[in-house]
Write a protein that binds this ligand. Sequence first.
Ligand code: COS
Length: 384
Amino acid sequence: MNPDFETYRLGDEHEALREAVRALAEKEIAPHAAEVDDQARFPVEAQKALVKAGFQAVTIPEEYGGQGADELAGCIVIEEVARVCASSSLIPAVNGLGLTPILLSASDELKRQVLPSIAAGDAMISYALSEREAGSDAAAMKTRARRDGDSWVLNGTKCWITNAGESTWYTVMAVTDPEKGARGISAFVVHRDDPGFEVGPKERKLGINGSPTREIYFQDCRIPADRIIGAEGTGFKTALATLDHTRPTIGAQAVGIAQGALDAATAYVKERKQFGKAVGEFQGVQFMLADMAMKVEAARQLVYVATSRAERGEPNLGFISSAAKCFASDTAMSVTTDAVQLLGGYGYTKDFPVERMMRDAKITQIYEGTNQIQRMVMARALLK
Ligand code: COS
C-alpha cells in the first residue's frame, strides 16, 4: 500500500476550492434558497457572493481577466452551489455554457470584447440554440442571419433561454445558408443593447424558479460582422462541441442537488422517532440511504472523469459527457424522490428543502439535451 498514491483522488487545490465554495454557499446562498424559489426571483445574494469570490465563471483564462481554472474546478463550483440552491448554480453553469463556444472557436479579438466583462462579474452570458420547433432536432432551427455590409442581421426567435433578461451577452446559433443543413449554421455573440434584440416574458416552471427562462427575439437585429464565432458554417459543430464540455457540468449540478437531498434526509432520519426509535435505525430506511449515497458517489466519479477528459481536450467526448449528464441527472431524480419519501409528509411541504430539490432535479434530465438524446449520442458512439 502507498498512502501517497494520487490516482483517483482530487488534488489539494480542488479540495480547497470545494471547501471554499461550500462555506460560501452555506453562509451566503442557502439562507435565501427557499425564498428565491417561492418568489421566483433572481438570486441576487448568490450572484453578489459568487462574483465577490470570483466563482461566477472560473474557466475564463487569465489573459482575459479570468481565474484560468480547469473544467473540473468549474464542476466543483457548480456542484457545491447546487447542493444548497440549484437556481443559483445556474449562474456559473450558464456562464460556462454561454462562453464555451467563444473559448473553443472565437477569434482573439472577440474573446477580448466579451470575456473580460464576464470575468469581472459585470455581465453574464446565455446560450441560445433551441427554438420552439427545434429542440432535440437542434439543426432544424429557423433563425436566420444574413450578411449586410459590415453587419450580420438576425431574424427569428430562440426559446428556453436560461437567465435571459439577466444576461448581457447571448451566444446565438443561426442559419446563414439554408441550403447546407447543419453546415449552414453559424454562431454569433449578441449584446442585449443591440438594436432589434428583445426578451420575452418569464416561463412559469416546475423548478429552478430563481433562474428566469425566456424566449429571445431578433427583429432585424444588427450586429457587427466581427461578432461571428469562428468561420461561417461552423456554428452547429461549435454548438455540439460545447455540449461535450458542458454536459458534465449539468451532471455536476445534478450531483450537487442529489447530495443536498441526501444530506437533508440523513439528518432527518437520525432525529425523527417512530415506534420508540430513530427511523434511521430501521433497516428499510438504511437500505434506501445506502442506495442513494452509492448512486451519488458513482455519479460524482463519472462526472469528474468526463470533465477531466474534456479539460484535456480528448477526442470523442460524446459518450462520456452524455453518460455523465444522463447518469447523474437520473440519479438526482431518484435520490431527491427518495429523500421526499424518507421525510414522509414533512418532505412534501415547503418547510423542508427536499421538495424543492425534487422539482429542481427534474430539469437536469431535460436541458442540455434530454436523457433520450444522451442515450442516442451514447449509442451512436458505440455503434459507429
Ligand atoms: N462535436 C463536433 N461536431 C459534431 C459533434 C460533436 N460532438 N457531433 C456531431 N457533430 C457534427 C457532425 O460531424 C456533423 O458535421 P458534418 O456533417 O460536417 O460531419 C454535424 O455536426 C451534424 O451532426 P449529426 O448529423 O450527427 O447531427 P444531428 O442533426 O443528427 O443531431 C444530435 C445530433 C441529436 C445529437 C444533436 O442535435 C443534439 O445533441 N441535440 C440535442 C440538442 C440539445 O442538447 N439541446 C439542448 C439545448 S442546449 S441547452
